[in-house]
Ligand binder design. Structure first.
Ligand code: AGP
Length: 607
C-alpha cells in the first residue's frame, strides 16, 4: 500500500517530502518520486527502488515550497521508473499521486484513447491524471471532483497543477488520508508518522471527502461539493516513539518494547482491588454485548491469529458461541449476521481493506460492531460502533509483534469484562486479572534470555522448511510463529494443531527438519509430549517452548526455550515472544531486510 505526502507552505518542500517518505517507506518500498511546483511548472523526479535511490537523482537544493511525494507498493505495472509516481498528464501540467486501485481503469483508458490520449506507463493512476486534465478549465478542485465521478475503485489521491501555485487537492475513498495543520503551512499524508515532526494537529478525511489546501487555508467538501466542517485532533504519539532508538531494526525494537507496550495497554484497565476490568470504550454497549447470541471475530494475517486466541478466550470466559473469520472471506460470503450478532474487527493499522469491508458488511446487516485497533483516528476505529484501543504505540516494522500481544491482551480483557457479567466468578476473574497484570514483568525476564532464541536461529537459519505445532491456546501461536518466519526470513513454514500431524503433514518430516513445538504446562501437556515423540521418531529436530521448571522435556526435545508459567489462556502472550525472536534472528542471519520484507507492506489498504 503506497505512502502519500504533500506540503504547501513557506519552507522548502523537498526535505519535508523526503523525510516523510522515509517514514512512510514501511507502507510500500518498490519505487518513489516527488513532484515540485513553481514558476508555472511541475517538476517530477521518480525512480524504481528505495528512497535513497531517488535521493541520489535529486538536486537537494530545489527551492520549491509546494509539492508531493509518493512511495509505491505496485499493483498495476511493475516497479519501474516509468510506473513510479507521480504521474502527469500529457502536457506535464497536472501531477498526481495515488494509493489504491482504479477498478474501471480499462474503460477510462479506452475513452481517453478515443480522444487521442496516449499513455507512458502501465498504471491505473496515469489514467486519472489524464482524466483530470481532460476536465481542467482553470479550477483544479472542480476538475478532480468531475474526474472522480467517473471513477470506481479505491483511492487516496493528491493532485497539483502548474497553474495553481500553492494548491494541493486531495480526495479519499478507501485509502487513509490526513491533513496536518501547521502555522502558515499544511501537510497531507497517509498516516501521522510522516508529518509528526511538523505538527501533531491533524484532520482525518472520511471516505467520499475532498480537501483543498494552500499554505493558509484548508477547505473540505464531499465529492458532491457539500462543505465539511471538521476540527483538528491531537496525535498522541511522539516523534521519539517512531525512531529506532539504538536498535538495528524496528521489529527488534518492538519485540523488546513489549513489556512496556503491554503495561500501557493494561494501564487503568485492571482494577485488582475491585476485581473489575475497566474498558471505557464498551460502557455504552455493555448491555447489548451481554445479550449477544454470537460473536464473530474477524481480521487478516497476525490480527486473525490474535482473533483466534480471542475465540478460545470468549468461549472459555464468556461461554458464548464465538467464531473467527478471515475478513476477505467473511465479506463476500453472504454471512449470517443478525442483531444478536457482535462482530469484532481486529486490526493494528485500522486501515486493512478486507477487515474494513467486513466491518461495513456486518454493520449493514445489523450487527453491533467493535474495533480492537492500535491506530487512533484510523477508519476502522472511527467506523466501528464501539471499541478498545491497544495503546501499544506506533508499530513500524512490517512484521507485527507488539500489536499481536496487545490484541491478545485486549481480547483477554474484553472476555474477562463480559465474563464477569455472565458466568465468571469474582475469584476466577481476579485470578485471571492478576495473572495478566504479571505478564509485563514475565516478558522482561523472558527477553533477558533472548540470546537463547538467537542461538536456535543461528543453528537452523539455513533450513528451508519448518513446522510449528501447538494445541489449544497455543495453536494460533504456532500459526503466528510460522507467519513471522515466512514474512521476514522467506522460509516456507506451516503452523498446525499438533494432533493434525498424523493426518498428513507428518509426511513432510525429514532428517534435521526444525519443528517448533509449543509444549507449555496445561491440560494437553501429555498429548503434546507424544506429538514430540512422533516428530523425533521421524528424524525431525524439535525446538520445544516449555514452562520454566520443566526439566523432563529436555529428555525429549533437541532444544528447549523456557517461558515463565502463567494461566493457559494467557500463555500466547509469552510463548509468542521466542517465536518472534527466532524469526527475527533467522532473517538477520539470512541477510533479509527485516523491516521491509520483499513484496509486503505494513497496511494492506487494497484488496
Ligand atoms: C503481520 O506481521 C503482517 N504485517 C500482516 O499479516 C498483518 O497482520 C495484516 O496485514 C493485518 O494488518 P492489520 O492488523 O493492520 O489489519
Amino acid at each position: 500500500m503506497c505512502g502519500i505526502i504533500g506540503y504547501t507552505g513557506r519552507r522548502r518542500a523537498l526535505p519535508i517530502l523526503l523525510e516523510g517518505l522515509r517514514r512512510l517507506e514501511y507502507r510500500g518500498y518498490d519505487s518513489a518520486g516527488v513532484a515540485l511546483v513553481s514558476d508555472h511548472k511541475v517538476e517530477v523526479i521518480k525512480a524504481a527502488g528505495r528512497i535513497y535511490v531517488l535521493e541520489q537523482q535529486i538536486d537537494p537544493h530545489m527551492p520549491q515550497t509546494h509539492g508531493l511525494g509518493h512511495t509505491r507498493w505496485a499493483t498495476h505495472g511493475a516497479p519501474t521508473d516509468i510506473n513510479a509516481h507521480p504521474h502527469t498528464d500529457a502536457e506535464n501540467r497536472i501531477a498526481i499521486i495515488h494509493n489504491g486501485i482504479i477498478e474501471n481503469n480499462r474503460v477510462l483508458r479506452t475513452y481517453l484513447e478515443q480522444l487521442g490520449a496516449t499513455f507512458r506507463s502501465e498504471t491505473d493512476t496515469e489514467i486519472l491524471a489524464q482524466l483530470i486534465a481532460h476536465f481542467y478549465e482553470g479550477d483544479l478542485e472542480h476538475a478532480v471532483r468531475r474526474a472522480l465521478h467517473d471513477v470506481t475503485g479505491t483511492y487516496g489521491i493528491a493532485v497539483v497543477c502548474a497553474d495553481e501555485p500553492g494548491v494541493i487537492v486531495a480526495a479519499r475513498k478507501g485509502s487513509p488520508l490526513i491533513v496536518g495543520v501547521g502555522k502558515g503551512e499544511h501537510l497531507l499524508a497517509s498516516d501521522a508518522a510522516a508529518i509528526l515532526a511538523h505538527t501533531t494537529q491533524v484532520v482525518y478525511l472520511d471516505d467520499g471527502e475532498m480537501a483543498r489546501i494552500t499554505p493558509d487555508e484548508l477547505r473540505m467538501t464531499t465529492l458532491d461539493a457539500i462543505p465539511v466542517a471538521r476540527g483538528a485532533e491531537e496525535v498522541e504519539w511522539s516523534l521519539e516513539q517512531i525512531e529506532l532508538s539504538g536498535y538495528d531494526h524496528f521489529m527488534q525494537k518492538e519485540i523488546f518494547e513489549q513489556p512496556d507496550s503491554l503495561e500501557n495497554c493494561l494501564r487503568g484497565r485492571l482494577d485488582l482491588n475491585e476485581g473489575a476490568v475497566r474498558l471505557g470504550g464498551l460502557v455504552d454497549c455493555t448491555r447489548e454485548l451481554t445479550r449477544a447470541k454470537r460473536i464473530v471475530m474477524t481480521g487478516c494475517g497476525t490480527a486473525w491469529h490474535a482473533a483466534l486466541v480471542g475465540e478460545y478466550l470468549f468461549e472459555e470466559l464468556v461461554r458464548i458461541p464465538t467464531e473467527t473469520e478471515y475478513a476477505s472471506e467473511f465479506r463476500y460470503r453472504n454471512p449470517i449476521v443478525d442483531d444478536g450478532t457482535v462482530v469484532i474487527a481486529v486490526s493494528q493499522s485500522g486501515e486493512t481493506a478486507d477487515t474494513l469491508a467486513a466491518l461495513r458488511e456486518a454493520k449493514q446487516r445489523g450487527a453491533l460492531t467493535l474495533g480492537v485497533v492500535n491506530v487512533v483516528g484510523s477508519t476502522i476505529a472511527r467506523e466501528s460502533d464501539e471499541g478498545v484501543f491497544l495503546h501499544v504505540g506506533p508499530e513500524i516494522g512490517v512484521a507485527s509483534t507488539k500489536a499481536f500481544t496487545g490484541q491478545v491482551a485486549v481480547l483477554a480483557m474484553i472476555a474477562c469484562y463480559l465474563g464477569r457479567r455472565k458466568h465468571l466468578s469474582p475469584s476466577a476473574a481476579l485470578q485471571f486479572m492478576d495473572a495478566l497484570a504479571q505478564i509485563p514483568e514475565q516478558m522482561r525476564r523472558l527477553l533477558d534470555r533472548a540470546d537463547e532464541a538467537e542461538t536456535i536461529a543461528h543453528h537452523f537459519h539455513d533450513r528451508e522448511n519448518w513446522l510449528y505445532l501447538g494445541r489449544g491456546y497455543n495453536y494460533p501461536v504456532a500459526l503466528e510463529g510460522a507467519l513471522k518466519i515466512k514474512e521476514i526470513a522467506y522460509i516456507h513454514a506451516e503452523g498446525l494443531p499438533a494432533a493434525e500431524m498424523k493426518h498428513g503433514p507428518i509426511a513432510l518430516i525429514t532428517k534435521g527438519m526444525p519443528v517448533v513445538v509449543i509444549a507449555t504446562a496445561g491440560v494437553q501437556y501429555e498429548k503434546i509430549l507424544s506429538n514430540i515423540s512422533e516428530v523425533r521418531s521421524r528424524g525431525g529436530s524439535v525446538v520445544a517452548i516449555a514452562t520454566e521448571g520443566d526439566s523432563d522435556i529436555k529428555q525429549l526435545a533437541d532444544h528447549v526455550l523456557y517461558v515463565p508459567d502463567t494461566v493457559e489462556p494467557l500463555q500466547p502472550l509469552l510463548t509468542s515472544l521466542p517465536l518472534q525472536l527466532i524469526a527475527y534472528h533467522a532473517a538477520v542471519q539470512r541477510g533479509c531486510n527485516v523491516d521491509k520484507p520483499r513484496n509486503l507492506a505494513k497496511s494492506v489498504t487494497v484488496e
